[in-house]
Design a protein around this ligand. Structure first.
Ligand SMILES: [Zn+2]
Length: 234
């Protein structure tokens, strides 16, 4: 027979579990609207992405009615964050951060670097569409990073990889760079993500002003494709 005290203790544990599960499901299936976007700060947007990645890693992603969201976002969008990520099939930002329709903008390009076209997209996403946070999301075992390490030459890929090579030059690496050096590949992925984040403010006056005004925050992060976990650079 369970004593009253034990029963109360297990009820307390149950309440604790419910609170924990509510906290992890903090972001509901409600689509963002201009007022909820406006009341979201850069830091709270960042927290939503962190919570979303926690849910993704824990296998507890939100199960939203996507067609309901299609209808609710048909006339307007109010995303809270913008991700600059790689085209890699294993790193879709909406899934990795457990976000749904209308939640985030995603600019994807092999090697997640920044150029004029990406900067223009980011200016639209922030200045015109009100997004509060920019995340440059690199990932482990990235083919584009490996290509840049090897100085691979192929069609238009040659010019594209040239965007990543300046980050390689910054690394204190002796010898001939090669994708066979896994440590180098990760060091380059880290450097490239940080450089891209810095380049956004260096090359975009529009975004630099938003950052100065505290309206937008820029961070970089690394997605480990072997665990699904995103680590944030300090
Ligand atoms: Zn990649």
């Amino acid at each position: 027979m369970i004593s009253r005290r034990k029963a109360m203790m297990s009820m307390g544990a149950l309440t604790g579990a419910v609170i924990a599960s509510n906290a992890s499901a903090q972001q509901s299936c409600d689509v963002f609207t201009p007022p909820t976007q406006a009341s979201t700060t850069p830091d709270s947007a960042l927290q939503m992405l962190k919570d979303g990645n926690d849910r993704f890693v824990a296998g507890r992603t939100r199960n939203c009615d996507l067609m309901k969201q299609v209808k609710e976002t048909a006339d307007q969008q109010s995303p809270i964050a913008t991700i600059v990520g790689c085209i890699d099939s294993r790193v879709p930002p909406e899934m990795v951060f457990d976000q749904r329709l209308g939640d985030i903008f995603a600019a994807r390009i092999a090697g997640n670097f920044v150029n004029t076209d990406i900067l223009g997209s980011l200016e639209f996403a922030t200045k015109l569409a009100g997004s509060k946070l920019i995340v440059v999301l690199g990932h482990t075992n990235c083919g584009a990073i490996k290509g840049a390490a090897d100085d691979a030459k192929l069609g238009n890929l040659t010019a594209m990889l040239a965007n990543i090579r300046p980050s390689l030059a910054k690394l204190n690496y002796s010898g001939v760079p090669s994708s066979k050096d896994k440590k180098l590949v990760q060091m380059l992925a880290d450097q490239n993500a940080k450089d891209a984040a810095k380049m956004i403010v260096d090359k975009s006056e529009v975004i630099a002003t938003l950052v100065k005004e505290g309206k937008v925050k820029i961070v970089s992060a690394m997605h480990d494709i072997s665990t699904g976990k995103v680590s944030w650079y300090g």
